[in-house]
Design a protein around this ligand. Structure first.
Ligand code: GDP
Ligand code: MG
Length: 390
C-alpha cells in the first residue's frame, strides 16, 4: 500500500521569472541540487526542467515545469517556464497561484524588456513578494557594475509599487552552483534563506468553508469518480459532505490523495485528488466547483476591474466596446460573457477599466476573485470581481 502524505512543513508556491537567457532554468536546477545535497529534495537536471510538459491550464496550453523541494522550514512547489508567452498566459490566468516569485536578472545584462513585463504582470495579478536573484555574478569582477544593476532593479520594483529598498537582492551564480563551486553553492543557500524569511505564509483561509475548482475528472475502475485540482480554501476530510456546483449534486468524500499519497486532511493550497461517492463520471466536468454545502451561491452578473493586455503583451490591437462577448476564464470554468463598459463605452488595449459582465451561465462568484478574458485562442485581459449582482 502507498505511504501516506505527512504534512511536516507549511507549503508555498513559488516560481522563477525574468528575461529569457538570464538563467531561470539553470537557477531552478541549481536550487534542487543544493537541496538534494542537504537531503531535502531531489536533483532535477536542467534538461528535465527545460523540456517542460505542456499543460492545458484553463484551456490554454502552457509549457510549465513543476519541481518540489523543502528548505528547513518549508515545502515548496516551484514553477519554471521556457518562454515569455508562457509567463504571460500563466500569470494572467493565475495558473501557478504564486505566493512569491524569484526575479532572475543577469548581473551582466541588467533589466531587459521581459524583466519589466514580468514585474508588471506580477503586480497586476497580486504577487506581493519578490526576491531578486542577481544571477551570473560569477561573470564579472566589477562589483560596481553589479551595484548599478542592483540599483536599477530596485528602482524598477519601486516604480511598480513594490518596496524596492526592502526587497532582498542576492548575488548568485546558478551555473557555478550547479558545478559544485562552494562559494556559489553558498549563494544559493542565501537566496533560499531570503525566500524563506521574506515571502510570508499566505493566508490560506483554512477556517473558511471548503472550495475546490475542478481541473480534471477521472474514473478509477471499481472505485468511482475522482476530481482533481488545487484547494482554494478550507479543509476537507474523509466522510465530509460536499456539493458539486454546476452538476447539482451533493455527495460524500470517500478518498483523498496528494502527489499519489493518501492523506487524512486536505488544506487550502494542496493539490488533491478527491474520490466522490456514487457520482457518474459524465456528471462532473472541469469548471465545476466542489464546495461545502450551502457555502457559495452561483451568479451570472458581476462588476469587475480589468486590465486589457496591450498588443505588445499579446493582447488586442484594437479597442473594445460595450457589447463585446469574449470568453471568461473563472477559476477552471470557461464561460462566454457580455461586457458593458458603462459611461466610458469603449476601452483600449493597455487600459485598466471598470466593467459589468453578464455570463452565459451561473458560476460561483465573489468579490476579489481573479479571472482571465480570452478571445480567439489568446488572453486579452486579466481582472478581479469587485461586486456580484443577483
Ligand atoms: P533562462 O532562459 O532564463 O531559463 O536561462 P537558462 O537557464 O537557459 O540560461 C541561459 C544561458 O545562461 C545558458 O547558456 C546558461 O549556461 C547561462 N547561465 C545561466 N546561469 C548562469 C550563471 O550563473 N553564470 C553564467 N556565467 N552563465 C549562466
Ligand atoms: Mg528557461
Amino acid at each position: 500500500s502507498k505511504t501516506a502524505y505527512v504534512r511536516t512543513k507549511p507549503h508555498l508556491n513559488i516560481g522563477t521569472m525574468g528575461h529569457v537567457d538570464h538563467g531561470k532554468t539553470t537557477l531552478t536546477a541549481a536550487i534542487t541540487k543544493v537541496l538534494a545535497e542537504r537531503g531535502t529534495g531531489t536533483f532535477v537536471p536542467f534538461d528535465r526542467i527545460d523540456r517542460a510538459p505542456e499543460e492545458a491550464a484553463r484551456g490554454i496550453t502552457i509549457n510549465i515545469a513543476h519541481v518540489e523541494y523543502e528548505t528547513d522550514t518549508r515545502h515548496y512547489a516551484h514553477v519554471d517556464m521556457p518562454g515569455h508567452a508562457d509567463y504571460i498566459k500563466n500569470m494572467v490566468t493565475g495558473a501557478a497561484q504564486l505566493d512569491g516569485a524569484i526575479l532572475v536578472v543577469s548581473a551582466l545584462d541588467g533589466i531587459m524588456p521581459q524583466t519589466a513585463e514580468h514585474v508588471l504582470l506580477a503586480r497586476q495579478v497580486g504577487v506581493d513578494h519578490i526576491v531578486v536573484a542577481l544571477n551570473k555574478a560569477d561573470g564579472t569582477q566589477d562589483e560596481e557594475l553589479i551595484d548599478l544593476v542592483e540599483l536599477e532593479v530596485r528602482d524598477l520594483l519601486t516604480a511598480q509599487g513594490y518596496p524596492g529598498d526592502a526587497v532582498p537582492v542576492v548575488r548568485v551564480s546558478g551555473l557555478r552552483a550547479l558545478a559544485g563551486d562552494p562559494r556559489w553553492t553558498a549563494s544559493i543557500e542565501a537566496l533560499l534563506d531570503a525566500v524563506d524569511t521574506y515571502v510570508p505564509m499566505p493566508e490560506r483561509y483554512l477556517d473558511a468553508p471548503f472550495l475546490l475548482p475542478v481541473e480534471n475528472v477521472l474514473t478509477i475502475t471499481g472505485r468511482g469518480t475522482v476530481v482533481t485540482g488545487a484547494v482554494e480554501r478550507g479543509t476537507l476530510r474523509l466522510g465530509d459532505r460536499v456539493s458539486v456546483l454546476g452538476a447539482d449534486i451533493e455527495t460524500v468524500v470517500t478518498g483523498l490523495e496528494t502527489f499519489g499519497k493518501p492523506m487524512a486532511e486536505a488544506q487550502a493550497g494542496d493539490n488533491v485528488a478527491v474520490l466522490l461517492r456514487g457520482v457518474p463520471r459524465d456528471a462532473v466536468r472541469r469548471g465545476h466547483v466542489v464546495a461545502a454545502p450551502g457555502s457559495v451561491v452561483p451568479a451570472r452578473r458581476f462588476s469587475a476591474r480589468v486590465y486589457l493586455l496591450s498588443g505588445r503583451e499579446g493582447g488586442r490591437t484594437t479597442p473594445v466596446a460595450s457589447g463585446y462577448r469574449p470568453q471568461f476564464y473563472i477559476r477552471t470554468a470557461d464561460v462566454v460573457g457580455d461586457v458593458d463598459l458603462g459611461e466610458a463605452g469603449a476601452a483600449r488595449p493597455g487600459d485598466t477599466v471598470a466593467m459589468r459582465v453578464e455570463l452565459g451561465r451561473e458560476v460561483p462568484l465573489e468579490p476579489g476573485l481573479g479571472f482571465a478574458i480570452r478571445e480567439g485562442g489568446r488572453t486579452v485581459g486579466a481582472g478581479t470581481v469587485t461586486d456580484v449582482h443577483n
